[in-house]
Design a protein around this ligand. Sequence first.
Ligand code: ADP
Ligand code: MG
Length: 762
Amino acid sequence: MSKSKSSESVKVVVRCRPMNEKERAAKFERVVTVDVKLGQIMVRNPREASASEPPKVFTFDSVYDSNSKQIDLYDETFRPLVESVLLGFNGTIFAYGQTGTGKTYTMEGVRNDPERRGVIPNSFEHIFTHISRSQNQQYLVRASYLEIYQEEIRDLLSKDQARRLELRERPDTGVYVKDLSSFVTKSVREIEHVMNVGNQNRSVGATNMNEHSSRSHAIFVITVECSELGVDGENHIRVGKLNLVDLAGSERQTKTGAQGERLKEATKINLSLSALGNVISALVDGRSSHIPYRDSKLTRLLQDSLGGNARTVMVANIGPASYNVEETLTTLRYSNRAKNIKNKPRVNEDPKDALLREFQEEIARLKEQLQKRSVKKKKKRQRRKAGEGSDGEDGEDGETEDDDEDGEDRGDYWREQQEKLERERKAIMEDHSLVADEKARLLREKERKMEDLRKEKEAGEMLAAKVKAMESKLLVGGKNIVDHTNEQQRMLELKRQEIAEQKRREREMQQQVESRDEETLELKETYSSLQQEVDIKTKKLKKLFAKLQAVKSEIQDTQEAHIKDRQDLEQTQNELTRDLKLKHLIIENFIPLEEKNKIVNRAFLDEEDEHWKMKPITRIEDDHHMMTRPLSAVGYRRPLSHHARMAMMMKPDMRYKAENILMVDMDLPARTTKVYQEPVIAPKVAAALEDALRDEDEIQVDASGFHSSLGPTPPASASGSLKKPKSGRPRTGKKSSTPTSPFSPSSPGSPLYPQSRGLVPK
Ligand code: ADP
Ligand code: MG
């Protein structure tokens, strides 16, 4: 493992979005000022009373105003990070901020507009361009896409969207998502397709996409593996992983009045975000030795990116308008703290779980198989050729043939074989000396041989195709390295990078100049008179006083925010306590003590899943295996009689080997069925069904022919439109004309019920 000794800070940039139509229409004040040169954000207090208050100032690595272009952000801030992922570092980009401030715009942007594409599509382009320009390197790129909603992980690329995934931990590779699907992609188009599929799945489960996306975290993961021949003559593999995280909206979730499930939901939604905040605080506060990564799925999954071995960029998105000022300040404070997190980036070299290595090994194995097949054939052919020729002396030489010839040879070989069989078949057909039976048998045999030949050919082709498919997934560059436009583009990129670098340096210098200003001023100053000294010192005092005031107000703000947080937590605690009390009450009053004890004894906490589970019911309490057979004779699993023991000693008879041959322990059955889910019926079909099943009140029945065969004439009113009995289903003609007619002649004038529809001619 090559380690870079130095640690580096998490890079934090802030982006302020432009005012949107609504805000402009409502004439909201702009309270955020962005100083791109100095990397500063100034936030004015919009309240009338505090108009004289100085604005709050925050300094970041870089800041972007509403005119910032996506590509500028990429070149200055994200490109270096993606570049290091290509070198084998892990990298993470977070977008943090209130809903509607441009997190998704920054991460994804407008996909089919090259100008407004976000980091994710830009990184696709970057990665595959880098690969196409590389030389003597083999790459494997794969992508995964997951979502965390209410502390549940959903694989956005899996077929079964109802399934929830678990986090697992391994000592060598750290935390990972078990069974997360990942797709190997060979081009920008393919990886874009993967992203589109994930995005579609993301919106499928949600009734309100906007609300859902503002409450869930989406993580797109690109893994780039690169294999290169090292100086030691061995292939070395570097693996870089890029996490692109679009976090849930950071705004406070209101919990007021919520109960039960609703409360739980509200509590869980921001759990990951507040855990992220706690992790950041713990990392920055040098005193705490415990970092609460385990408090949420998000922080566990991104542990490496916060104080770990990854490079991290955090984009804080804010809105400019006055009504957002509270959230804007919260976001700025939150990200201001994150600036101080130190990571120790490290290249992942030759990790055990590199997929590229598996691919390379599998390809080598398949190729070997393929070669073995063709060698066998060649041997056969040589032997045959030799047989046809003089004596077969030169058969041996043929086997040392070159492999390259193999490919072309193979086709010839198949053709030759097929033609030969065909020729033989024809010869048999035309041979009149053979008996019909014999002829048929020979023909069958030949056909079978031809079939075998075809099968073998197919198997060979399949193997070759498999090798080809696997090889095509491994990407190599260097093909169009001399390409002129390519070269120009590269120069352009280099220049852009240089400019970005220069801008950064300029900004840093300016910041330094600013901070040193006061000190140098004092040193250089020589006072010509006492009055001047007083003036200058007064000016300085004023400046310092303003600073003091700023710090004081900052302290007050922080305290206020702290109190708010605290109240929030207290409220949550109260409501949870109330919930708990209710449950206790139910348990104490409605569940028999004996049953309760049984349940308590069976419950245990699964550390891995962090869930309470129930042990299966067994005859022995606190043992979840089946009861073992009692031992009576030492060394034997079954009691032995004296006779059996004697017989065993005398002769080795199977009969007295009192061991079970079969496993007789019973397995407790696992559930193999699913919860019934009602089928979903399309509205059209439902309407048609309803129509078909409707009560047939309106059916006109012609019963005029009745009186002749069924005695007295029914009342006239009934003969016109007859009501059918209420029934959910239409009656068939057959049913309604059942012989047990209710019109008994003895009850003249009784209501006609039920009645023939008159569909069957009398
Ligand atoms: P979030 O994901 O943080 O909830 P979105 O990315 O969905 O916010 O942004 C909300 C709206 O603001 C979108 O319509 C988006 O196009 C627009 N928007 C955000 N940032 C910018 C920007 N820098 N320039 C132009 N439009 C932006
Ligand atoms: Mg969003």
